[in-house]
Ligand binder design. Sequence first.
Ligand code: LLP
Length: 405
Amino acid sequence: MPQSLSHSALIDIANTFGTPLYVYHAEKIKSQYEKLVNAFSNSDVVFFYACKALTNVNVLRYVRSIGASVDCSSVNEVKLAMHAGFTPTNILYTSNGISFEEIEEAASLGVNINIDSLSNLEKFGRKYGHSYPVSVRLRPNIMAGGHLKISTGHDKSKFGIPVEQVGDLVTLVKEHNLFIRGLHIHTGSEIKDVDVFLKGIEVLFEITPMFNELEFIDLGGGFKVPYKEGDEETDINLLATKVAEAFASHPNPNNRPLQIWFEPGKYLVSQAGYFITKVNVIKQTGSTIFASVNSGFNHLIRPMFYDSYHHIENISNLGGALKKYSVVGNICETDSFAWDRNLNEVSEGDYLVFYNAGAYGFEMSSNYNSRFKPAEVLVKDGVPHLIRQREEFNDLLRNQVELSF
Ligand code: LLP
Protein backbone atom coordinates (compact mmCIF):
# COMPACT_ATOMS: atom_id res chain seq x y z
CA MET A 1 0.00 0.00 0.00
CA PRO A 2 1.40 3.42 -0.87
CA GLN A 3 1.83 5.37 2.32
CA SER A 4 3.00 8.87 2.93
CA LEU A 5 4.85 8.34 6.24
CA SER A 6 7.81 5.97 6.10
CA HIS A 7 8.13 2.88 8.26
CA SER A 8 11.16 4.33 10.01
CA ALA A 9 9.31 7.57 10.74
CA LEU A 10 6.46 5.55 12.27
CA ILE A 11 8.89 3.52 14.40
CA ASP A 12 10.61 6.71 15.65
CA ILE A 13 7.25 8.26 16.49
CA ALA A 14 6.10 5.12 18.33
CA ASN A 15 9.38 5.02 20.28
CA THR A 16 8.98 8.68 21.22
CA PHE A 17 5.29 8.86 22.08
CA GLY A 18 4.48 5.28 23.07
CA THR A 19 1.67 3.06 21.89
CA PRO A 20 -1.19 2.61 21.21
CA LEU A 21 -0.93 5.77 19.15
CA TYR A 22 -2.84 7.53 16.39
CA VAL A 23 -0.59 9.36 13.94
CA TYR A 24 -1.90 11.73 11.26
CA HIS A 25 0.00 13.16 8.32
CA ALA A 26 -1.04 16.74 7.58
CA GLU A 27 0.32 16.90 4.04
CA LYS A 28 -1.65 13.78 3.07
CA ILE A 29 -4.85 15.54 4.11
CA LYS A 30 -3.79 18.45 1.95
CA SER A 31 -3.01 16.33 -1.10
CA GLN A 32 -6.42 14.64 -0.83
CA TYR A 33 -8.11 18.04 -0.59
CA GLU A 34 -6.17 19.27 -3.59
CA LYS A 35 -7.24 16.23 -5.63
CA LEU A 36 -10.84 17.26 -5.04
CA VAL A 37 -10.29 20.95 -5.72
CA ASN A 38 -8.33 20.27 -8.92
CA ALA A 39 -10.86 17.76 -10.22
CA PHE A 40 -13.72 20.22 -9.75
CA SER A 41 -11.80 23.33 -10.82
CA ASN A 42 -14.31 24.08 -13.58
CA SER A 43 -17.34 23.95 -11.31
CA ASP A 44 -18.51 26.19 -8.50
CA VAL A 45 -17.93 23.74 -5.65
CA VAL A 46 -17.38 24.03 -1.91
CA PHE A 47 -15.98 21.12 0.12
CA PHE A 48 -17.09 20.85 3.72
CA TYR A 49 -14.87 18.48 5.69
CA ALA A 50 -17.23 16.06 7.52
CA CYS A 51 -15.43 16.46 10.80
CA LYS A 52 -17.24 13.60 12.55
CA ALA A 53 -14.43 11.53 11.00
CA LEU A 54 -11.79 13.22 13.16
CA THR A 55 -12.33 16.30 15.29
CA ASN A 56 -9.01 16.94 16.95
CA VAL A 57 -8.90 20.75 16.91
CA ASN A 58 -5.43 20.76 15.39
CA VAL A 59 -6.73 18.74 12.47
CA LEU A 60 -9.65 21.16 12.19
CA ARG A 61 -7.26 24.11 12.22
CA TYR A 62 -5.13 22.47 9.58
CA VAL A 63 -8.13 21.68 7.40
CA ARG A 64 -9.21 25.32 7.69
CA SER A 65 -5.72 26.51 6.78
CA ILE A 66 -5.79 24.61 3.50
CA GLY A 67 -9.07 26.25 2.54
CA ALA A 68 -11.79 23.70 3.28
CA SER A 69 -15.09 24.46 4.96
CA VAL A 70 -16.49 22.14 7.63
CA ASP A 71 -19.58 19.96 8.05
CA CYS A 72 -20.75 19.30 11.60
CA SER A 73 -23.22 16.79 12.95
CA SER A 74 -23.71 18.23 16.40
CA VAL A 75 -23.66 21.65 17.94
CA ASN A 76 -20.56 20.59 19.83
CA GLU A 77 -18.79 19.91 16.57
CA VAL A 78 -19.91 23.40 15.50
CA LYS A 79 -18.32 24.83 18.64
CA LEU A 80 -15.11 22.86 18.07
CA ALA A 81 -15.00 24.18 14.51
CA MET A 82 -15.48 27.75 15.74
CA HIS A 83 -12.80 27.15 18.35
CA ALA A 84 -10.53 26.07 15.50
CA GLY A 85 -11.22 29.37 13.72
CA PHE A 86 -13.86 28.50 11.15
CA THR A 87 -16.28 31.36 10.52
CA PRO A 88 -20.01 30.59 10.70
CA THR A 89 -20.43 30.97 6.93
CA ASN A 90 -17.93 28.15 6.43
CA ILE A 91 -19.69 25.83 8.85
CA LEU A 92 -22.54 23.56 7.86
CA TYR A 93 -24.60 21.95 10.58
CA THR A 94 -26.56 18.89 9.48
CA SER A 95 -28.87 17.90 12.27
CA ASN A 96 -30.50 14.53 12.49
CA GLY A 97 -33.09 13.54 15.04
CA ILE A 98 -32.03 16.24 17.47
CA SER A 99 -34.03 18.59 19.65
CA PHE A 100 -35.19 21.90 18.23
CA GLU A 101 -33.29 23.60 21.05
CA GLU A 102 -30.03 22.41 19.50
CA ILE A 103 -31.05 23.87 16.15
CA GLU A 104 -31.85 27.17 17.88
CA GLU A 105 -28.41 27.10 19.47
CA ALA A 106 -26.79 26.52 16.08
CA ALA A 107 -28.85 29.37 14.64
CA SER A 108 -27.68 31.66 17.44
CA LEU A 109 -24.13 30.92 16.23
CA GLY A 110 -25.09 31.93 12.69
CA VAL A 111 -23.97 28.78 10.89
CA ASN A 112 -25.53 27.16 7.81
CA ILE A 113 -28.30 24.89 8.99
CA ASN A 114 -29.54 21.76 7.29
CA ILE A 115 -32.75 20.22 8.62
CA ASP A 116 -33.71 16.59 8.17
CA SER A 117 -37.31 16.32 9.33
CA LEU A 118 -40.63 18.00 8.59
CA SER A 119 -41.17 18.29 12.32
CA ASN A 120 -38.07 20.39 12.98
CA LEU A 121 -38.57 22.32 9.77
CA GLU A 122 -42.04 23.33 10.92
CA LYS A 123 -40.65 24.53 14.25
CA PHE A 124 -37.92 26.36 12.37
CA GLY A 125 -40.49 28.00 10.11
CA ARG A 126 -42.60 29.10 13.05
CA LYS A 127 -39.65 30.71 14.76
CA TYR A 128 -37.58 32.14 11.90
CA GLY A 129 -39.93 32.32 8.90
CA HIS A 130 -38.04 33.75 5.95
CA SER A 131 -35.38 35.42 8.07
CA TYR A 132 -32.94 32.49 8.37
CA PRO A 133 -32.10 30.70 5.11
CA VAL A 134 -32.00 26.97 5.58
CA SER A 135 -31.37 23.79 3.61
CA VAL A 136 -33.24 20.52 3.83
CA ARG A 137 -31.96 16.99 3.75
CA LEU A 138 -33.92 14.67 1.52
CA ARG A 139 -33.97 10.90 1.48
CA PRO A 140 -33.62 9.97 -2.18
CA ASN A 141 -34.38 6.26 -1.61
CA ILE A 142 -31.10 5.13 -3.14
CA MET A 143 -29.18 2.19 -1.73
CA ALA A 144 -25.48 3.00 -1.62
CA GLY A 145 -22.37 2.56 0.48
CA GLY A 146 -19.91 -0.07 1.52
CA HIS A 147 -21.96 -1.69 4.32
CA LEU A 148 -25.61 -1.59 5.36
CA LYS A 149 -24.67 0.20 8.57
CA ILE A 150 -23.22 3.08 6.58
CA SER A 151 -25.99 3.31 3.97
CA THR A 152 -28.11 6.35 4.71
CA GLY A 153 -30.20 7.19 1.66
CA HIS A 154 -32.27 4.05 1.15
CA ASP A 155 -36.00 3.73 1.62
CA LYS A 156 -35.77 2.35 5.16
CA SER A 157 -33.26 4.92 6.36
CA LYS A 158 -34.04 7.32 9.20
CA PHE A 159 -32.19 10.15 7.45
CA GLY A 160 -33.77 13.05 5.63
CA ILE A 161 -37.26 13.86 4.46
CA PRO A 162 -38.38 11.06 2.12
CA VAL A 163 -38.70 12.42 -1.42
CA GLU A 164 -42.23 11.11 -1.61
CA GLN A 165 -43.12 13.68 1.07
CA VAL A 166 -41.92 16.61 -0.98
CA GLY A 167 -45.54 17.79 -1.35
CA ASP A 168 -45.78 18.21 2.43
CA LEU A 169 -42.43 19.94 2.39
CA VAL A 170 -43.63 22.47 -0.19
CA THR A 171 -46.80 23.10 1.82
CA LEU A 172 -44.71 23.80 4.92
CA VAL A 173 -42.41 26.11 3.03
CA LYS A 174 -45.37 28.14 1.77
CA GLU A 175 -47.13 28.18 5.10
CA HIS A 176 -44.12 29.62 6.93
CA ASN A 177 -42.56 31.50 4.03
CA LEU A 178 -39.35 29.52 4.55
CA PHE A 179 -36.22 30.53 2.66
CA ILE A 180 -35.03 27.18 1.27
CA ARG A 181 -31.50 27.87 0.21
CA GLY A 182 -30.28 24.37 -0.46
CA LEU A 183 -31.27 20.77 -1.01
CA HIS A 184 -29.10 18.06 0.52
CA ILE A 185 -28.60 14.32 0.21
CA HIS A 186 -26.03 11.97 1.69
CA THR A 187 -26.63 8.42 0.58
CA GLY A 188 -23.82 6.60 2.37
CA SER A 189 -20.14 6.10 3.00
CA GLU A 190 -17.64 4.32 0.73
CA ILE A 191 -19.52 4.91 -2.50
CA LYS A 192 -17.27 3.76 -5.31
CA ASP A 193 -19.79 4.09 -8.07
CA VAL A 194 -20.04 7.57 -9.59
CA ASP A 195 -23.52 6.76 -10.90
CA VAL A 196 -24.87 6.83 -7.35
CA PHE A 197 -24.15 10.55 -7.18
CA LEU A 198 -25.69 11.05 -10.60
CA LYS A 199 -28.84 9.21 -9.55
CA GLY A 200 -29.03 11.49 -6.54
CA ILE A 201 -28.69 14.53 -8.77
CA GLU A 202 -31.52 13.27 -10.97
CA VAL A 203 -33.77 12.91 -7.94
CA LEU A 204 -32.91 16.42 -6.80
CA PHE A 205 -33.37 17.98 -10.23
CA GLU A 206 -36.97 16.80 -10.23
CA ILE A 207 -37.47 18.81 -7.08
CA THR A 208 -35.42 21.95 -7.65
CA PRO A 209 -38.17 23.69 -9.68
CA MET A 210 -40.40 23.61 -6.58
CA PHE A 211 -38.09 25.98 -4.69
CA ASN A 212 -37.38 29.37 -6.14
CA GLU A 213 -34.67 30.66 -3.82
CA LEU A 214 -32.20 27.79 -4.13
CA GLU A 215 -28.52 28.62 -4.05
CA PHE A 216 -26.88 25.21 -3.72
CA ILE A 217 -27.24 21.49 -4.03
CA ASP A 218 -25.35 19.47 -1.42
CA LEU A 219 -24.44 15.95 -2.53
CA GLY A 220 -23.01 14.87 0.83
CA GLY A 221 -19.85 12.85 1.35
CA GLY A 222 -19.08 9.18 0.95
CA PHE A 223 -16.20 9.03 -1.53
CA LYS A 224 -14.49 5.67 -1.28
CA VAL A 225 -10.81 5.38 -0.51
CA PRO A 226 -8.66 2.26 -1.05
CA TYR A 227 -8.06 0.03 1.97
CA LYS A 228 -5.83 -2.57 0.39
CA GLU A 229 -3.67 -3.26 -2.64
CA GLY A 230 -5.81 -3.24 -5.76
CA ASP A 231 -8.78 -1.64 -4.04
CA GLU A 232 -10.62 0.89 -6.16
CA GLU A 233 -11.52 4.38 -5.06
CA THR A 234 -14.18 6.75 -6.31
CA ASP A 235 -13.00 8.17 -9.61
CA ILE A 236 -13.09 11.82 -8.60
CA ASN A 237 -12.15 13.15 -12.04
CA LEU A 238 -14.93 11.16 -13.66
CA LEU A 239 -17.32 12.33 -10.95
CA ALA A 240 -16.34 15.94 -11.56
CA THR A 241 -16.92 15.62 -15.31
CA LYS A 242 -20.26 13.87 -14.91
CA VAL A 243 -21.51 16.25 -12.24
CA ALA A 244 -20.55 19.25 -14.38
CA GLU A 245 -22.39 17.71 -17.36
CA ALA A 246 -25.48 17.03 -15.27
CA PHE A 247 -25.61 20.57 -13.94
CA ALA A 248 -24.95 22.05 -17.38
CA SER A 249 -27.80 20.10 -18.92
CA HIS A 250 -30.39 21.19 -16.38
CA PRO A 251 -31.83 24.67 -16.38
CA ASN A 252 -31.25 26.22 -12.99
CA PRO A 253 -34.31 27.50 -11.21
CA ASN A 254 -34.71 31.25 -11.74
CA ASN A 255 -31.62 31.18 -13.94
CA ARG A 256 -29.54 31.31 -10.81
CA PRO A 257 -26.52 29.02 -11.04
CA LEU A 258 -26.51 26.47 -8.28
CA GLN A 259 -23.38 25.98 -6.26
CA ILE A 260 -22.40 22.35 -5.56
CA TRP A 261 -21.49 21.31 -2.04
CA PHE A 262 -19.78 18.11 -0.94
CA GLU A 263 -19.01 16.79 2.55
CA PRO A 264 -16.01 14.45 2.36
CA GLY A 265 -14.88 12.84 5.59
CA LYS A 266 -12.97 9.63 4.84
CA TYR A 267 -11.60 11.01 1.59
CA LEU A 268 -9.70 13.72 3.43
CA VAL A 269 -8.44 11.93 6.53
CA SER A 270 -8.70 8.14 6.25
CA GLN A 271 -5.39 7.48 4.51
CA ALA A 272 -3.66 10.24 6.47
CA GLY A 273 -4.02 8.19 9.65
CA TYR A 274 -1.95 5.36 11.13
CA PHE A 275 -2.75 3.46 14.28
CA ILE A 276 0.36 1.97 15.90
CA THR A 277 0.02 -0.84 18.41
CA LYS A 278 2.50 -3.11 20.15
CA VAL A 279 2.20 -6.89 20.37
CA ASN A 280 1.69 -8.06 23.95
CA VAL A 281 1.24 -11.77 23.48
CA ILE A 282 1.79 -14.36 20.77
CA LYS A 283 -0.42 -17.38 21.31
CA GLN A 284 0.01 -20.45 19.15
CA THR A 285 -3.12 -22.61 19.06
CA GLY A 286 -4.06 -25.64 17.00
CA SER A 287 -5.17 -23.77 13.92
CA THR A 288 -4.26 -20.18 14.53
CA ILE A 289 -1.50 -17.96 15.80
CA PHE A 290 -2.96 -15.04 17.69
CA ALA A 291 -1.05 -11.77 17.83
CA SER A 292 -2.61 -9.88 20.69
CA VAL A 293 -1.93 -6.14 20.65
CA ASN A 294 -2.10 -3.49 23.37
CA SER A 295 -5.39 -2.16 22.02
CA GLY A 296 -8.81 -3.38 21.03
CA PHE A 297 -12.13 -2.32 19.58
CA ASN A 298 -12.23 0.32 22.29
CA HIS A 299 -9.66 2.15 20.14
CA LEU A 300 -10.53 1.06 16.61
CA ILE A 301 -14.04 -0.28 16.36
CA ARG A 302 -14.40 -0.42 12.58
CA PRO A 303 -13.43 -4.09 12.03
CA MET A 304 -15.84 -5.34 14.69
CA PHE A 305 -18.62 -2.90 13.87
CA TYR A 306 -18.57 -2.73 10.07
CA ASP A 307 -16.38 -5.74 9.18
CA SER A 308 -13.93 -3.17 7.87
CA TYR A 309 -10.62 -4.24 6.43
CA HIS A 310 -7.59 -2.37 7.72
CA HIS A 311 -4.26 -3.23 6.15
CA ILE A 312 -1.80 -4.22 8.90
CA GLU A 313 1.98 -4.33 8.76
CA ASN A 314 4.61 -5.51 11.20
CA ILE A 315 6.97 -2.55 10.88
CA SER A 316 9.38 -4.10 13.37
CA ASN A 317 10.28 -7.02 11.09
CA LEU A 318 9.65 -5.96 7.51
CA GLY A 319 11.89 -8.60 5.96
CA GLY A 320 10.60 -11.46 8.12
CA ALA A 321 9.01 -14.61 6.74
CA LEU A 322 5.32 -14.32 6.02
CA LYS A 323 3.01 -16.22 8.36
CA LYS A 324 -0.71 -16.14 8.98
CA TYR A 325 -1.97 -14.46 12.14
CA SER A 326 -5.21 -13.49 13.71
CA VAL A 327 -4.67 -10.04 15.10
CA VAL A 328 -6.77 -9.54 18.20
CA GLY A 329 -7.30 -6.91 20.86
CA ASN A 330 -7.24 -7.23 24.62
CA ILE A 331 -10.88 -6.40 25.32
CA CYS A 332 -12.72 -8.94 27.43
CA GLU A 333 -15.02 -10.19 24.70
CA THR A 334 -14.58 -11.17 21.07
CA ASP A 335 -12.25 -8.51 19.76
CA SER A 336 -10.70 -9.24 16.38
CA PHE A 337 -9.00 -6.83 14.02
CA ALA A 338 -8.14 -9.39 11.34
CA TRP A 339 -8.28 -13.10 10.67
CA ASP A 340 -5.66 -15.21 8.89
CA ARG A 341 -3.68 -12.20 7.85
CA ASN A 342 -0.25 -12.57 6.25
CA LEU A 343 2.28 -10.68 8.34
CA ASN A 344 6.05 -10.72 8.53
CA GLU A 345 6.85 -12.99 11.44
CA VAL A 346 5.59 -11.33 14.60
CA SER A 347 7.30 -11.37 18.00
CA GLU A 348 6.12 -9.94 21.27
CA GLY A 349 7.10 -6.26 21.44
CA ASP A 350 6.78 -5.67 17.67
CA TYR A 351 4.86 -2.67 16.35
CA LEU A 352 1.84 -3.48 14.21
CA VAL A 353 0.50 -0.56 12.19
CA PHE A 354 -3.09 -0.29 11.03
CA TYR A 355 -3.57 1.83 7.91
CA ASN A 356 -6.56 4.00 6.94
CA ALA A 357 -6.92 4.90 10.59
CA GLY A 358 -7.54 8.63 10.23
CA ALA A 359 -11.31 8.49 9.76
CA TYR A 360 -13.63 7.19 12.48
CA GLY A 361 -10.71 5.70 14.41
CA PHE A 362 -9.91 7.77 17.46
CA GLU A 363 -13.23 9.50 16.97
CA MET A 364 -15.20 6.35 17.76
CA SER A 365 -12.93 5.21 20.58
CA SER A 366 -14.19 4.56 24.09
CA ASN A 367 -13.04 3.68 27.58
CA TYR A 368 -14.53 0.18 27.54
CA ASN A 369 -12.76 -2.12 30.03
CA SER A 370 -11.61 1.10 31.72
CA ARG A 371 -8.72 1.47 29.35
CA PHE A 372 -7.24 4.79 28.42
CA LYS A 373 -7.86 6.38 25.05
CA PRO A 374 -4.68 6.58 22.94
CA ALA A 375 -2.57 9.66 22.32
CA GLU A 376 -2.67 11.44 18.96
CA VAL A 377 0.23 12.87 16.99
CA LEU A 378 0.12 15.16 13.94
CA VAL A 379 3.10 15.12 11.60
CA LYS A 380 3.46 18.40 9.75
CA ASP A 381 6.49 19.52 7.73
CA GLY A 382 8.20 16.34 8.88
CA VAL A 383 7.81 17.16 12.58
CA PRO A 384 5.63 15.02 14.86
CA HIS A 385 3.54 17.05 17.31
CA LEU A 386 1.63 15.57 20.21
CA ILE A 387 -1.96 16.78 19.74
CA ARG A 388 -3.70 14.74 22.43
CA GLN A 389 -2.24 13.28 25.55
CA ARG A 390 -2.73 9.65 26.38
CA GLU A 391 -5.34 9.37 29.08
CA GLU A 392 -4.36 8.50 32.61
CA PHE A 393 -6.10 7.07 35.61
CA ASN A 394 -7.67 10.35 36.77
CA ASP A 395 -9.44 10.67 33.42
CA LEU A 396 -11.43 7.56 34.26
CA LEU A 397 -12.71 9.15 37.45
CA ARG A 398 -13.07 12.71 36.17
CA ASN A 399 -16.83 12.92 35.75
CA GLN A 400 -17.84 10.34 38.28
CA VAL A 401 -19.69 11.65 41.31
CA GLU A 402 -18.41 9.64 44.24
CA LEU A 403 -20.71 8.80 47.11
CA SER A 404 -19.37 7.73 50.46
CA PHE A 405 -21.08 4.67 51.87
N1 LLP B 1 -22.20 13.99 5.35
C1 LLP B 1 -23.07 13.38 6.16
C2 LLP B 1 -24.39 13.97 6.34
C3 LLP B 1 -22.70 12.20 6.83
O1 LLP B 1 -23.57 11.60 7.63
C4 LLP B 1 -21.41 11.66 6.64
C5 LLP B 1 -21.00 10.44 7.32
C6 LLP B 1 -20.52 12.34 5.78
C7 LLP B 1 -20.96 13.50 5.15
C8 LLP B 1 -19.12 11.86 5.53
O2 LLP B 1 -19.06 10.61 4.97
P1 LLP B 1 -17.65 10.03 4.50
O3 LLP B 1 -17.13 10.94 3.41
O4 LLP B 1 -16.74 10.05 5.67
O5 LLP B 1 -17.91 8.67 4.02
N2 LLP B 1 -18.32 5.41 11.08
C9 LLP B 1 -18.46 4.88 9.74
C10 LLP B 1 -18.83 5.95 8.75
C11 LLP B 1 -20.10 6.65 9.12
C12 LLP B 1 -20.38 7.80 8.24
C13 LLP B 1 -21.45 8.65 8.86
N3 LLP B 1 -21.76 9.79 8.08
C14 LLP B 1 -17.19 4.14 9.35
O6 LLP B 1 -16.25 4.09 10.15
O7 LLP B 1 -17.11 3.59 8.25
